[in-house]
Design a protein around this ligand. Structure first.
Ligand code: ADP
Length: 408
């Protein structure tokens, strides 16, 4: 047994997962939320370990507790209580390392990094670029280091995978001095998922990662697409922040920036109103009243015109990026779909690719509609480009990288 604990900390909540890296199975997971509110909630799930075969872990038991959780340190105490009460016992099998998801590594962190006081200072300093995320990630790191003082803690950055972008791909065509003094450039996000999926796709196909040109669509509530050449990210749709690119659950993705000038000048919106509009009240939600593609699908079935338009806008953008990235890569060997929408919405997958027959992309509609859950091919056997659905597993990827660094 090689237990590794993975922490994904937000400002008022954190998620955790304990994995056994000898088998890469999840032993337990949980969520501590409403930190700082009068009553917090802690949910701890223990997974029964299958005795043989690589079957996925299955649900054994979840316990939910409600109690005041004033801060992250108290949250970690609640988590430790849950492990002590419901298992697995961290006294018998303490984690060998703790991995932390950190959203922004700026231009500084290319790789998963052993957390030292200096690294913490750097993560804190990068809060300028990610004011909502890095401080929340740091709160989790501080609390976790207090709870597990004797094991290595490793930061795994959402931006790191995209640090291979060339200047042509990451530079915005704005005044160079202004950009340099405020570190304005494209950073890219969801890197842990894009890396995991592109590696899983290569392994599934039994082909060397270094030889493959890949496009990965990560379509969850947040959504991004990455062009990957030989395992290296060469272009990605999210930019300075996770707002750029695809249409998302509540975010607009690409928009003419002059729309913001207009709304500021003519509609009296200030910068916070605009931030709220584009990040929280746009995307599918803004177009059709729900950020959930299941509701959009139900709306389409009812003939709701707003839902139909929202779907068309969503897919139109996907197709535009598919075409752009085929051009940047000079063709693709593999196109993969992942995350909540990518794994579960055949209509989105076929919509994104249906016009790409000329580029060698042929979807097999029966395969695409199949309710199978695992990694699977949805292109025809004759399709020059292989199209896959690849369930993502960011916690497993963080645990792998954490173990790699802690053993180095
Ligand atoms: P997050 O970005 O929050 O991690 P997920 O990857 O879990 O998001 O994706 C969540 C989204 O996936 C939901 O908002 C919904 O739009 C979509 N989704 C989840 N399940 C389905 C389904 N069965 N069919 C269509 N869409 C789904």
């Amino acid at each position: 047994m090689i237990p590794v604990l993975v922490i994904n900390s937000g400002s008022s909540s954190f998620k955790y997962q304990l994995l056994d890296m000898a088998t890469e199975r999840t032993l337990a997971s949980g969520l501590v939320e409403r930190i700082g509110e009068p009553v917090g909630v802690a949910r701890h799930t223990v997974y029964a370990t299958p005795t043989d075969g690589p079957a996925p872990a299955f649900l054994d038991a979840t316990r939910t507790r409600e109690l005041p959780i004033p801060d992250h340190t108290a949250g970690f105490a609640v988590m430790l209580d849950a492990f002590a009460a419901d298992g697995p016992s961290l006294d018998e099998q303490p984690p060998v390392a703790v991995g932390h998801r950190v959203v922004h590594g700026g231009a500084r962190f290319f790789e998963p990094t052993l957390i030292t006081p200096l690294v913490e200072i750097n993560i804190d300093e990068l809060s300028v670029l990610a004011p909502l995320h890095n401080p929340a990630n740091l709160a989790g790191i501080h609390a976790a280091r207090r709870a597990f003082p004797d094991v290595p803690h490793v930061a795994v950055f959402d931006t790191a995978f995209h640090q291979t972008l060339a200047p042509a791909a990451y530079t915005y065509a704005i005044n160079a001095e202004v950009a340099a003094s405020h570190r304005i450039r494209r950073y890219g996000f969801h890197g842990t998922s894009h890396k995991f999926v592109s590696e899983a796709a290569a392994a599934f196909l039994g082909r060397p990662l270094g030889e493959l040109k890949q496009i990965v669509f990560h379509l969850g509530n947040g959504a991004s697409v990455t062009a990957i050449d030989g395992g290296r990210s060469i272009d990605t749709s999210m930019g300075f922040t996770p707002l750029e690119g695809l249409v998302m659950g509540t975010r607009s993705g690409d928009i003419d920036p002059a729309v913001l000038f207009q709304l500021q000048r003519r509609a009296g919106m200030d910068v916070d109103d605009l931030d709220d509009l584009l990040n929280k009240r746009s995307g599918l939600l803004g177009l059709a009243g729900s950020n959930d593609l299941r509701d959009i699908r139900a709306g389409i079935e009812r003939g709701d015109e707003r839902a139909i338009l929202a779907f068309q806008v969503y897919v139109h953008r996907l197709r535009a990026y598919a075409g752009a990235y085929l051009a940047q890569l000079g063709g693709a060997d593999v196109i993969s779909f992942t995350a909540g929408v990518g794994e579960n919405a055949p209509l989105v997958r076929s919509g994104a690719l249906e016009t790409l027959g000329f580029a060698g992309v042929e979807i097999d509609h029966e395969r695409n509609e199949s309710p199978d859950r695992g990694i699977r091919v949805i292109s025809t056997d004759a399709s020059p480009v292989t199209v896959l659905v690849v369930p993502t597993d960011e916690e497993l990827e963080i645990a792998r990288q954490t173990l790699g660094v802690s053993r180095a």
